[in-house]
Design a binder for this molecule. Structure first.
Ligand SMILES: Nc1nc2c(ncn2[C@@H]2O[C@H](COP(=O)(O)OP(=O)(O)OP(=O)(O)O)[C@@H](O)[C@H]2O)c(=O)[nH]1
Length: 386
């Protein structure tokens, strides 16, 4: 009954989550049914041998099997993996047929008991799903999380298979689940611990995913996926601190697309958006991994080049200008347009009192590039040949 109460607590937790977390409703719905199904199955089992034997034997076992299937389908839904519906339907049909054929057996006679049929099926569902989900879990949440889930699920699956093995090799040790025995108590505690771990782990993963989404919303530009102005400012502050402490130079490259208003006016806003995305892709593809690229205004981008002194900064900026100019963007079927960009470069210098002064120098260089004919790189010290 204690385990049943624990499951009802999880059910209320998932019920609450279902009401407030829109994006993960499918997975959360599965876990709500899982906790309710487990609570129902355990409640029915605890009524043995007083209640109807079909309900407490077959009914309870069916509830448990469906509950575990829901738990695993929830995991697959959460990871956006196929939910194996056909496979599960076959499994339920075969197990149900087997249980009905065996009929309710209130006093287990060795392995001849519907409960062991269900235990074998549950073990398979849990372990095979864990196997399938492991790599995706590791890719999305890292090794540690994947290991914790594999261990938790592994324990749940193995508990079920161990029950079947004990029933097969030492049937004399088996006493009905509602009768307290060392084996049964061990099973109950292990099940409680594994269930707690499973439920809290996935609640934690939902929160983690929401946090990641929020971070992305706060730091990324929705159109291009690049860092936004706020994220670039934070990044510049960190680069500035490194410069002050370690004298590690860095360079700011301001990139502004030329005549972008004309592109919008001629081909429409959507075509303009495509041009912005293409330029963003080109910029990201042409900086080093340690560098960062952001969209800091309508058609204005910025690259922060780490550990980059003035000698190489012009070469890097020129590479970015050429990369934008090299990409013809398709704005209509059969119509591609060339886009150019003006670029201003400033490398941090001992004369800068703060990062703002450095940015002003980069902006001044950019305006000079515009004034002097566009599609060129200007540095804050002097113009570089395009
Ligand atoms: N499609 C699209 N256009 C945008 C977006 N943000 C800003 N713009 C447009 O970008 C244009 C910028 O125009 P201007 O500042 O005159 O710059 P420009 O036409 O590139 O001229 P120069 O910089 O002098 O070469 C404006 O028409 C804005 O409406 C956006 O997210 N999508």
């Amino acid at each position: 009954m204690l385990t049943c109460f624990q499951m009802l607590l999880y059910a209320s937790m998932w019920g609450l989550a279902w009401a407030v977390i829109g994006d993960e409703r499918r997975a959360v719905g599965h876990w709500l049914v899982y906790a309710l199904g487990l609570a129902l199955g355990l409640a029915l089992m605890s009524q043995r041998p007083d209640m109807n034997v079909w309900l407490t034997e077959i009914g309870a076992n069916v509830a448990l099997l469906l509950a575990f299937i829901c738990a695993q389908r929830g995991m697959l839904a959460f990871l956006r993996l196929p939910e194996r519906t056909g496979e599960m339907l076959v499994l339920v049909a075969v197990t149900l047929a087997g249980m009905i054929w065996l009929g309710p057996v209130p006093q287990p006679r060795g392995w001849i008991h519907p409960g062991y049929l269900v235990a074998a099926a549950v073990g398979w569902v849990v372990l095979s799903t864990t196997w399938r989900a492991h790599r995706t879990l590791r890719d999305q949440f890292g090794r540690t999380v994947a290991r914790v889930v594999a261990t938790t699920n592994g324990v749940i699956g193995l508990i079920n298979w161990v029950r079947v093995v004990i029933a097969l090799v030492a049937p004399q040790n088996i006493v009905p689940l509602h009768v307290p025995s060392a084996l049964n108590m061990g099973l109950v505690y292990m099940t409680m611990a594994a269930a707690a771990s499973f439920n809290f782990m996935f609640l934690f993963l939902i929160v983690l995913r929401l946090l990641r989404r929020l971070t992305t919303l706060v730091q990324r530009d929705a159109l291009t996926g690049l860092l936004n102005r706020r994220a670039m400012e934070q990044l510049l502050d960190r680069a500035w601190s490194r410069w002050r402490r370690l004298a590690e130079p860095f360079t700011v490259v301001s990139v502004d697309l030329d005549h972008f208003k004309h592109i919008n006016d001629t081909w429409g806003h959507q075509a303009g958006d495509e041009v912005l995305k293409a330029a963003a892709g080109q910029l990201v593809a042409h900086v080093r991994e340690v560098d960062a690229v952001g969209r800091v205004g309508g058609e204005e981008f910025m690259a922060v080049l780490e550990a980059c002194a003035s000698g190489v900064s012009t070469v890097a900026a020129e590479r970015l200008r050429q990369a934008v100019a090299a990409e013809a963007v398709q704005v209509e079927a059969g119509v591609s347009i060339a886009v150019t960009a003006s670029v201003g470069v400033a490398t941090v210098s001992p004369g800068d009192a703060n990062v703002g002064e450095m940015l002003k120098r980069a902006d001044a260089a950019l305006y000079r590039a515009k004034r002097e004919g566009r599609n060129r790189v200007c540095t804050s010290e002097g113009e570089a040949a395009p």
